[in-house]
Design a protein around this ligand. Structure first.
Ligand code: CP
Length: 325
């Protein structure tokens, strides 16, 4: 049982961040703090609790310039479970169409009295730009192909729940590595926590230069299947590609799609993840996506816990620092 009066009585004193812009610049200790706090929120929800008003009276803004189902909604659920208000900004109906910049838009929202901006933008570095120009917390909800830190955290939390550790595991990220912010955040987080990472996909989407990050690369999914503990199946991001990276989707599915036959050649304990949205029949067959090895919907549930942890650590941690100074 999680006792909220002790489990969430105060933000760990080692936590000293105002923004979450990526996993690249976090230490392994900070990653572990985030995962441990998220696990406590997850356990609290498992016990049937819905609300824990640790951020009562606080306001967050979802500032999304790209479509989203999971990230946007789960930040909203996480904020409300913590007692905070969430404002959903709509870029399409905003004054951006009248020439207002992203920074001015965010500054105007901040002037209304908000504690956190959660930003998704197609341009890498947008969250970093906002962090330089705002006083409130800034959380990266995906900046182009650069990083998607809360997705990386929820993937890693799901792996840790299944195996009880990250160190020593072999995790394969399969698919469109070139355009994947999820791949980058997973690589930074998993490597810092001691996993071996393989990036796998067509040579047009997997550069040998990934080896510079101490990551193994492969173009041959079948050859790596017997030695991986986790398969994280990434969507082909056609919307980010200027030219088609392979002749046909059918050919991609034939070489890299995870199906029942391929699954039979993996370890019995294989864990199958996919950040979503999934394209059934392309990167994953329906019987694998919905099968016993899949944790795709557990990832979504963990996403709420991870985002509760991020909001609480950043907002409550910042309030504690301003009280102390
Ligand atoms: N995984 C993920 O980021 O999904 P959404 O694009 O739906 O938020």
């Amino acid at each position: 049982m999680v006792d909220p009066t002790t489990a969430f009585s105060e933000v760990p004193s080692s936590w000293n961040r105002r923004h979450l812009l990526g996993l690249e610049d976090l230490t392994s200790e900070e990653l572990t703090t985030l995962l441990d706090v998220a696990e406590r929120f997850r356990q609290f929800m498992r016990e049937g609790h819905r609300r824990l008003p640790l951020l009562s009276g606080k306001t967050c803004v979802n500032l999304f310039f790209e479509n989203s189902t999971r990230t946007r909604t789960s930040f909203g659920v996480a904020a409300r479970r913590l007692g905070a208000d969430m404002i959903d900004f709509s870029a399409a109906t905003s004054s951006l169409s009248k020439g207002e910049t992203v920074i001015d838009t965010a500054k105007n929202l901040e002037a209304m009295g908000i504690e956190a901006v959660i930003v998704r933008h197609q341009t890498p570095g947008t969250p970093h730009l906002l962090a330089q120009n705002l006083n409130c917390c800034v959380i990266n909800a995906g900046d182009g192909p650069h990083e998607h830190p809360t997705q990386g955290l929820l993937d890693i939390l799901t792996i840790r729940q299944r195996f009880g550790r990250i160190e020593g595991l072999t995790v394969a990220l399969v698919g469109d590595i070139s355009h994947s912010r999820t791949a980058r955040s997973n690589i930074w987080g998993l490597k810092k926590l001691g996993a071996h990472v393989i990036v796998c996909g067509p040579s047009t989407l997997v550069s040998p230069r990934w080896a510079e990050l101490a990551v193994e690369y492969s173009y041959d999914l079948d050859s790596i299947l017997p030695r991986v503990d986790v398969l994280n199946l990434l969507r082909i991001q056609f919307e980010r590609q200027l030219t088609r990276p392979f002749p046909s989707v059918r050919e991609y599915a034939h070489l890299y799609g995870m199906n029942r036959e391929r699954l039979s050649r993996t370890k019995p304990s294989i864990l199958v993840l996919a950040p979503g949205p999934i394209n059934r029949g392309v990167e994953v067959a329906t019987d694998v996506a919905d099968g016993p090895h899949s944790a795709i919907l557990d990832q979504v549930t963990n996403g709420v816990a991870v985002r509760m942890a991020v909001l609480w650590l950043l907002i409550a941690g910042g309030l504690n620092r301003s009280k102390a100074s």
